[in-house]
Write a protein that binds this ligand. Structure first.
Ligand code: SF4
Length: 904
């Protein structure tokens, strides 16, 4: 609708006429435009304009004439009937979680398509000959018709059909209608409008004049295209703050986050980000189940009766929705932190498991009492199935008992208040599931609530933001001062789609259902494009020439109306280097480390070498990344068990062995190892794993560990004779005033009386990580250089014992004379032979490690990753150092791959 059409609609409404729009959004938009018009006339009050969207119009007309008292099914009620029908007719097809709901939604959608396009096929005897999936659906539709007849129900999609007969029988004169924002009028709508007024009292608002300025741009890729659109919007707003802009995009729901970020990046340059956010509004809402308050309530309710995932629990505790006060909130997060620090994380948590953990931090007593009370109340109530109404009534009581929504009880924003109300309406909608007298379990009621909340789109009331973002279909009936249409490529416009799998293709083609043929898609897209061109005086189309590595061509349809696309002009091209979000300055501040002792062992100086800030954050601020909970043993837990088994084996008499001779003398090696594995698993298996894992899993873990260690010992039995000088050896090296506590996995005395420092590794390792000038790891050089009782001169080598399942097991490292002291049969090409340990190397490592210690003590903490972004990828402190906001320039390849190859 351009200016002419908008004026006509306004005049129609001012005369008290009724306007019917294609969508709710178009109705809201017209109501806002009407209010703006009256305000512009200087009025302060006016009558509500008579604007109804199609569905409200049909429902209101039905309600006026309803004579037989049938219940009009809400969408959730109708879907529940389809779920029941599908589950009964195809029990094998709904075995997987959610499959029944999806199939029922598909069947319901097919039913609605028939209502809109081919109502003659709703009669059961009109579908003879439908076979396969369509035949199955036909049977379900017959069952649906029977259920509706027996229960005196009617689907909302059938109201227009029944209204047609009523209107045709009633010859009374009805008020004329003006239709606005219809890209196409569906067959059932056409029949109903004809029946509404036989004397042509239904008019369609004509399209306004076509835009005077139409341009078609191409950009290099989607980010450049989005940036151009945002720059254009920014310039329009700068020229006229009252301008109204409409941005049309395919996949508006899927691209919402990307579009929001793209616009805010540009708009925040001149506004603070909160004000910039107010300039944007999306036509489509987000699923209510994704809105924080609704999600919090649903997670809490689920937690009272079942386990929730650990990340869901983290989220719930972090939102303050279950904490009555900031103190309670802090205590809850401290409790969770303590569980993690002690390795007690688990993938899913039941409330009772969470409450009975013996953490070093107390749970708030009042919180525990509230949650326990709410859980007990639910358990009492859930002993037998209840009506959905009864569940909906107890639900607020449970939330109240648990203290939800905690801190959000006060100071809710307007949008939160609206979400809160909408969620309660959703609960009430679920209560109506008892319309057919059924009783259901608590879990079924919660599943229905989750589904409905996910299907309900929530958008806070329009704030009449100057930039509105909508999909092509949702933009019907919207007008603006200027429009930008994103994604006008050949593949995307006309938008292609799939035909419906439950309706025969021939029926869909004949009834001209959506996507039944390329011609239909083209015709609809043409109508939409014409409507877009008539909805603003200035219209821009754009497309990206390349997306995800695939070349794209411009939409032929758009080329017809807007000409050949042109490159973006300079004012629409975003800078390759966006303005950094952070302000950089040279920070020479250094806070010297006041203590001599530090926890973290050699890792303190390894991290100082990797990135000084990482060492500062981990050793001084105690910051660290959480290990994600896993269903089985975590990698560190597996590593710990491996260390314990090897410690037990090499621990000497009475149960273990302590030299090569004793090892080769063992004829029962596998049984010997198995005994140690069982002893270690009995004593050292984490409680969490014991509680969560079935005994069979633990058996398999024991078998796996036995095989792994046996294979390793077989490798060691081929060594030159040695003696184990110590395992799990504690040492307190002092390096440049820094006292470290370290534990060496093992020290072997070799046949030349020198010492081999060994570190067990079950992950991938490479001695190239020790390479100067800036090692990635200094652990073993530090042990060899500072932790040996007889000094660094006693070191004959340092080596990783790589003990990985499925990989070759071997020593990797530096040894002074590997063939003479370690394994005589080593090939000359092995790195451990080619690159022997030298005294110069030891001296250089010592000097470097002392320098790292001095830097740490001096408080050097600059954000300076050794190799960006690789070093950062395995760090986990990005939120603290904010490296992404100010990344270092990429460095040249440093030949690591070659070195790694050499090291083998
Ligand atoms: S993420 Fe990178 S820059 Fe940040 S602390 Fe870790 S290593 Fe340093």
């Amino acid at each position: 609708m351009g200016e002419t059409s908008a004026v006509e609609i306004d005049a129609w409404l001012c005369d008290g006429g009724i306007v019917v729009t294609a969508s709710e959004r178009a109705a809201r938009s017209l109501a806002l435009a009407f209010s703006r018009g009256r305000r512009a006339e200087g009025l302060t009050a006016w009558s509500t304009p008579k604007i109804q969207d199609w569905h409200s119009f049909a429902r209101a007309a039905w309600d006026e004439r309803d004579l037989d008292g049938r219940v009009v099914l809400s969408p959730i009620q109708e879907q529940s009937l389809w779920v029941r029908i599908v589950a009964h007719a195809a029990p094998e097809a709904v075995q997987l979680a959610g499959a029944g709901d999806r199939l029922a939604a598909l069947a319901m959608n097919a039913h609605h398509l028939l209502c809109d396009y081919a109502p003659q096929l709703l009669k059961d005897n009109a579908r003879v000959g439908w076979d396969q999936d369509a035949g199955a659906f036909s049977g379900w539709l017959t069952a649906f018709n029977d259920l509706c007849r027996a229960g005196q129900f009617i689907s909302a999609a059938r109201l227009p059909l029944e209204l047609i007969a009523e209107l045709e029988a009633d010859t009374a004169r009805r008020p004329p209608l003006l239709l606005a924002g219809f890209d196409r009028i569906l067959p059932t709508q056409q029949t109903l409008f004809a029946a509404w007024s036989a004397d042509n009292g239904v008019h369609e608002a004509p399209l306004g004049a076509a835009a005077e300025q139409v341009e078609f741009h191409f950009a290099a890729d989607p980010p450049a295209e989005l940036a151009a659109c945002a720059l254009w919007a920014e310039a329009q707003l700068a020229a006229d703050p009252h301008v109204r802009l409409l941005v049309i995009t395919q996949d508006a729901r899927k691209r919402r986050g990307e579009i929001e970020r793209g616009f805010l990046r540009i708009l925040s340059a001149n506004e603070n980000s909160l004000d910039a956010a107010k300039l944007l509004e999306f036509s489509l809402g987000v699923p209510l189940g994704h809105v924080a308050l609704a999600r919090g309530a649903q997670l809490l309710l689920r937690w009272l009766g079942d386990a929730i995932a650990e990340n869901e629990l983290d989220w719930l505790l972090s939102t303050d929705q279950v904490a009555a006060s900031p103190d309670e909130s802090r205590a809850l997060t401290a409790y969770m932190r303590d569980l993690r620090r002690r390795g007690l994380q688990r993938p899913r948590w039941r409330l009772e498991e969470f409450l009975r953990q013996r953490a070093h931090v107390e749970l708030p007593a009042e919180w525990t009492a509230r949650m326990t009370q709410a859980q007990q109340r639910l358990q009492e109530f859930a002993r037998r199935p209840q009506t959905p109404l009864a569940w909906a009534e107890i639900l607020p009581q449970l939330l109240e008992m648990a203290g939800w929504p905690g801190a959000k009880r006060r100071n809710r924003t307007s949008a939160e208040e609206q979400a809160f109300r909408r969620w309660h309406e959703t609960v009430e909608a679920c209560a109506s599931l008892g319309f057919d007298g059924r009783r259901i379990a608590w879990s079924d009621f919660l599943s229905a609530l989750d589904r409905v909340a996910d299907e309900t789109l929530f958008a806070p009331e329009s704030q009449d933001a100057p930039i509105l973002i909508a999909g092509p279909a949702e933009s019907a009936g919207l007008t603006a001062d200027a429009i930008w249409f994103l994604g006008a490529s050949e593949d995307a416009w006309p938008a292609a789609g799939a035909t419906h799998p439950l309706i025969p293709l021939g029926v869909q083609r004949e009834a001209r259902m959506p996507h039944a043929s390329a011609r239909l898609d083209w015709d609809l897209a043409s109508a939409m494009t014409r409507r877009v061109l008539a909805s603003a005086p200035e219209v821009h189309f754009s497309y990206a020439r390349q997306s995800e590595g695939v070349e794209a061509r411009p939409s032929r349809l758009v080329v017809q109306v807007a000409g050949v696309p042109q490159p973006l002009t300079a004012d629409l091209a975003a800078s390759d280097h966006p303005k950094p979000l952070t302000v950089t300055f040279d920070d020479a501040t250094q806070l010297p480390y006041p203590l001599r002792d530090v926890s973290g062992g050699a890792n303190v100086l390894t991290t100082q070498s990797q990135c000084p800030f990482k060492a500062f954050a981990m050793a001084r601020l105690d910051a660290k990344e959480w290990d994600a909970a896993e269903a089985g043993l975590t990698a560190p837990e597996r590593g710990l068990l491996l260390h314990e088994v090897l410690h037990s084996i090499w621990g000497g008499p009475p149960d273990g062995i302590c030299n090569h001779a004793e090892l080769v003398a063992r004829t029962d090696l596998a049984a010997f190892v198995e005994g140690h594995v069982r002893r270690v698993l009995d004593n050292e298996m984490p409680t969490r794993a014991r509680e969560c894992m079935p005994p069979r899993y633990l058996e398999l873990e024991a078998a796996r560990l036995t095989i792994l260690v046996t294979e390793w010992l077989r490798y060691e039995s081929a060594r030159v004779p040695f003696t184990v000088a110590g395992t799990e050896v504690d040492a307190r090296p002092a390096i440049a005033d820094l006292a470290l506590k370290v534990r060496l996995d093992r020290i072997d005395r070799l046949n030349d009386d020198s010492l081999l420092v060994i570190d067990y590794k079950s992950g991938m390792v490479s001695p190239s990580s020790w390479d100067l000038p800036r090692p990635d790891d200094v652990q073993l050089p530090l042990y060899a250089g500072f932790a040996l009782k007889d000094g660094p001169e006693s070191a004959g080598g340092l080596a990783f014992a790589q003990i990985r399942a499925g990989e070759s097991k071997e020593f990797l490292g530096r040894v002074k004379n590997a063939r003479a002291t370690l394994i005589s049969g080593l090939s000359a090409g092995k790195a451990i032979v080619k690159k022997p340990l030298t005294d110069e190397e030891m001296r250089a490592w010592r000097a470097y490690i002392e320098e790292m210690a001095r830097d740490f003590v001096a408080g050097r903490a600059e954000v300076d990753p050794r190799e960006y972004p690789k070093t950062c990828e395995r760090c986990g402190l990005q939120a603290l150092c904010r490296i992404q906001e100010n990344p270092p320039q990429a460095e040249e390849e440093n030949g690591d791959a070659e070195e790694a190859a050499d090291a083998r």
